[in-house]
Ligand binder design. Structure first.
Ligand code: MSP
Length: 642
């Protein structure tokens, strides 16, 4: 029996599931359902990535242990996939004991082979991306080239994997196996990256604990494994690698779905690890693009993250699945908007797909008491039938090449043939003119095309497809796939069942689009996540605050206030700034004259006790009181700080 092994990336547990995660998972689920339809013995893996510094820090900020925190978020992923009817066969967690054993075995195997050596790592590390970068890769000398956040310079003892040793072998793989990385454009990016030269990879860390320990035999328990080594190995530990290898025959994977941001790890490190382990390489690593919202990257701090559960609740899970796979060419970025989703539902699904079923229910009800026959379809509609069969003939290749949008476009061309047949042949006129056979042949043609489309759309819209098949008197299963698609057989005569419209028209936007993630989190979680997100800023964000040295040239108490002083501060402008500061309890006005301070110079002016304040002074406060922050040596008024 043919086998298929499909994987998603395993999701970090520092964030609840969002539309990007749902997209990867839905494509993978589609592929798994497609292979099951074809009768392949299929194994579909998903799960969560739970180790590493990022998770350790996220848990700490919430006052939780990493394990507790991982349990909770991993549970949220699993619960969502269950609600979404994702047909995974295994949900792996990198904190699973079996996984740890497999990872340690892999480490030991690579070590014994001489592919791992001990050295010292010095480099810039981005905790958010869990990735090392060289100085030349950084933006503005300090920031991560992938996410823009500041990196940390690390110098520590580390074990290295001899990635450089595999450079030529990798290039040969890309060259020999045309479709090993999909889409091909993305493969070319990988090739140019590898051609620039691969450095050996630091694969252990000593600066934190939340990770898998090295195998005992190595005798170095200060190190934990680099999270990407740990995570990538999930694809084989899930099959039992290192323990009971009951499912290992599923390896190599047929399709490994990833987002474009993590392609480098999957198309370079992962095959190199596999080469070192003497295991075969995956057939396809397929990288999809990113979903944006109104053209912008989604982020919690912007509050523009789309919650997939909310979309599915409002518009229907299968409509959402269809939209995601149809709207964007695989590999490209796509923008989420309710308008685009509504258009797809009303037009593609309602008018072109669901309506066909209603029309043949209506017509067959009038003409033949709901009896539908394939008799005369071949004889009277050979042209339409051939055209449709020709389209269906090449269609599966598109799905296997991950061109989900083109696959659906072709299925909809088949639906157009059916819709056009009704318009052109006007069965109601045939009935009027006494040509009942002719009218029934049109209805029969449409029913057959609808049946074939419902089988092939079933991996994307399983419930909808089953409802249509049920109305047309058959079941969606491998046997019928072979009969109606591969053998191109027509439907046996049947009585169509009446079903209510499958895609009721949507008149207006159904989501209010407030902060969508809020529904999945408690208020405290949201606040804490905001803190985490906002606690890190880029250098550009920092420089949005204009800080200047100021010299206090006048100071007096504000009448009727116990706290405020009214200051005139020279910050090198034509006139001094008036600043009202809450420092009266700590400074006497006369002591401030001619002293220097640090001023936030681009604050929106505010009125305090009726006085305009045109800036703010920097100060530090603790239990012992408050101290103004001042330059160590006298500086020119207006000198910029930063
Ligand atoms: N844990 C790693 C993967 C390890 S696999 C051995 C990871 N996790 S992730 O949770 O950050 O991302 C998982 C997937 O979600 C990636 O494929 C990523 O591309 C995808 N997406 C995250 N945001 C996305 C969008 N806005 N749009 C589409 N997919 C995006 O990386």
């Amino acid at each position: 029996m043919n086998k298929a092994y499909i994987t998603t990336p395993i999701y970090y547990v520092n964030d609840v599931p969002h539309i990007g995660h749902a997209y990867t998972t839905i494509i993978a689920d589609t592929m798994a359902r497609y292979y099951r339809l074809k009768g392949f013995n299929t194994f579909f893996l998903t799960g969560t990535d739970e180790h590493g510094q990022k998770i350790e820090e996220a848990a700490k900020l919430r006052g939780r242990s990493p394990q507790e925190y991982a349990d909770e978020i991993s549970g949220k992923f699993r619960a969502l996939w269950d609600v979404f009817d994702i047909s995974y066969d295994k949900f792996i967690r990198t904190t699973d004991e079996d996984h740890k054993i497999g990872v340690q075995k892999a480490f030991q195997t690579m070590f014994d082979k001489g592919d791992i050596y001990k050295g010292e790592y010095e480099g810039h590390y981005c905790v958010s991306c869990e990735t090392f970068f060289t100085q030349t890769q950084l933006i503005d000398e300090t920031n991560c080239p992938d996410c823009g956040k500041p990196t940390t310079l690390l110098k520590e003892e580390s074990y290295f994997f001899k990635l450089s040793k595999y450079q030529e072998k990798l290039l040969k793989w890309y060259q020999d196996d045309a479709k090993c990385v999909l889409p091909v454009g993305k493969k070319n990016e990988v090739i140019s990256f590898v051609k620039q030269g691969l450095h050996d990879l630091s694969i252990t860390r000593t600066s934190f604990n939340w990770g898998i320990k090295l195998p005992k035999e190595i005798g170095d328990d200060r190190h934990v494994m680099y999270v990407w080594l740990d995570a990538l190995l999930n694809y084989i530990t899930a099959l039992g690698y290192g323990k009971e290898e009951e499912n290992i025959s599923f390896w190599p994977a047929n399709i490994q779905l990833v987002g474009k941001d993590i392609l480098r790890f999957h198309a370079i490190y992962w095959p190199a690890f596999l080469m070192s382990l003497d295991l075969p390489l995956p057939q396809h690593i397929a990288a999809h693009g990113w979903w944006t919202r109104n053209g912008e990257k989604m982020s919690k701090s912007k509050g523009n993250v789309v919650n997939p559960k909310e979309v599915a609740d409002a518009y229907g899970l299968e409509n959402f699945r269809y939209f995601m796979l149809r709207e964007v060419p695989f590999g490209q970025d796509g923008d989420f908007s309710q308008k685009a989703l509504i258009d797809r539902i009303n037009s593609d699904l309602g008018n072109e797909f669901g309506n066909l079923l209603n029309r043949i229910i209506g017509m067959s009800g009038k003409y033949s008491d709901f009896h539908i026959t394939s008799k005369n379809v071949q004889a009277l509609h050979v042209k339409e039938l051939d055209e449709a069969l020709a389209l269906l003939d090449g269609i599966e290749l598109k799905l296997c090449d991950m061109q989900t949008n083109r696959y659906l476009e072709d299925l909809w061309k088949v639906l157009s043939i059916a819709n056009n047949a009704i318009t052109i042949h006007e069965p109601w006129n045939k009935i009027k003119n006494g040509d009942t056979q002719g009218a029934l042949a049109v209805v029969g043609l449409v029913a057959n095309l609808l049946a074939k489309v419902s089988i092939l759309v079933s991996p994307i819209m399983p419930q909808t497809a089953s409802k249509i098949a049920d109305a047309l008197g058959f079941e969606i299963n491998t046997q019928n796939y072979e009969k109606f698609i591969l053998a191109q057989t027509l439907l046996d005569d049947f009585i169509i069942k009446k079903v209510p419209p499958l895609f009721p028209k949507i008149e207006e936007e159904l989501m209010n689009t407030p902060e969508p993630q809020a529904t999945l989190k408690t208020k405290t979680e949201t606040v804490k996540e905001k803190i985490i997100d906002e606690s890190i800023i880029t250098i550009d964000q920092f420089f949005q605050t204009k800080l200047k040295v100021g010299t206090i040239i006048e100071a007096q108490a504000v009448a009727n206030s116990q706290k405020l002083l009214q200051l005139q501060v020279d910050i090198g402008e034509e006139t001094p700034r008036q600043i009202v500061a809450g420092i009266k309890e700590y400074y006497a006005p006369e002591d401030l004259l001619n002293t220097q301070v640090c001023v936030v110079a681009n604050l929106k002016p505010a009125k305090i006790m009726g006085l305009v304040s045109q800036g703010m002074l920097l100060a530090a406060k603790d239990n012992d009181g408050l101290s103004l922050i001042r330059p160590e040596n006298k500086k020119k008024s207006g000198a910029s700080i930063g």
